[in-house]
Design a protein around this ligand. Structure first.
Ligand SMILES: Cc1cc2nc3c(=O)[nH]c(=O)nc-3n(C[C@H](O)[C@H](O)[C@H](O)COP(=O)(O)O)c2cc1C
Length: 231
């Protein structure tokens, strides 16, 4: 049986002391990277309207999320409507991974997404997936999505959950960390006569839980991006 040789085995108490000193050192705020004001630590969250259909539900749902989020006071939340960017079907000559965007519509969309730390994707379910418009808008960019956090609010006959499952697969390729909790709305139960939005009150707690997770991961990933930039 192998036994540690006391002459060559490091002193455990010395290691613990060393680790303790290191952890204290690591907990000291670094004046170069520590935010100086409350504004510096605030995350910017985009609530992305994932349908461009005339008469869509996505904008109403996004506004509802925006109103609930604004009450929290823990981040700045904006509704970002992909319809405002008039993106054609993907028309860049190079893959977004190359980081060279030739068209003004791509550059404008890239500047917007680049300015956010985290995303709430509001998505309908179209043919058991997300909308073509949202997939197209996502496809236009790469680096602007990387190392950020995302969550989902979906709606459909079964809560739009199949759209979310497809989006989760896409998130991995874009280096977006998607949180577990989501909000799934029913076009039957949460829309009167399939049109007027009247969400079940229980969804409000789901929104809070989802945003708690989004802010936690969004904050963590902001430090990941900051340390990557420092290299
Ligand atoms: C092209 C298309 C496909 C759809 N496919 C599904 C589907 O697979 N599952 C579902 O639950 N609802 C489906 N629906 C219903 C939509 O979820 C519903 O119409 C929703 O309001 C669409 O979102 P929007 O109003 O924001 O565009 C589909 C609707 C469209 C227009």
């Amino acid at each position: 049986m192998n036994r540690p040789d006391p002459d060559t085995t490091p002193d455990l108490s010395a290691i613990i002391t060393d680790l303790h000193d290191r952890s204290n050192w690591m907990n000291q705020p670094d004046p170069d990277t520590t935010p100086q004001t409350a504004q510096d630590v605030s995350l910017k969250v985009a609530i992305i309207v994932g349908s461009t259909r005339p008469g869509r539900k996505a904008d109403t749902v996004a506004d509802w999320i925006g109103d609930l989020a604004a009450r929290r006071g823990d981040a700045s939340y904006d509704v970002v409507d992909i319809a405002d960017y008039a993106l054609p079907n993907f028309d860049e000559p190079l893959p977004p991974l190359a980081g060279h965007y030739s068209h003004p519509h791509t550059q404008r969309w890239a500047a917007t997404i680049d300015s956010y730390d985290a995303f709430v994707f509001v998505t309908p379910e179209y043919n058991h997936s997300t909308s073509g418009a949202l997939k197209n808008a996502i496809d236009f960019l790469f680096a602007e999505w990387n190392d950020k956090a995302a969550s989902f609010v979906s709606y459909g006959v079964n809560g739009g959950v199949r759209a979310v499952e497809h989006l989760r697969t896409i998130m991995g390729e874009l280096k977006i960390a998607d949180v577990r909790s989501a909000v799934a709305l029913s076009v039957f139960d949460d829309f009167q006569d399939h049109t007027r939005f009247a969400p079940n009150a229980a969804h409000e707690q789901n929104v809070e839980t989802m945003l708690d997770e989004l802010i936690a991961w969004g904050t963590a990933l902001k430090t990941v991006r900051a340390s990557a930039m420092g290299k």
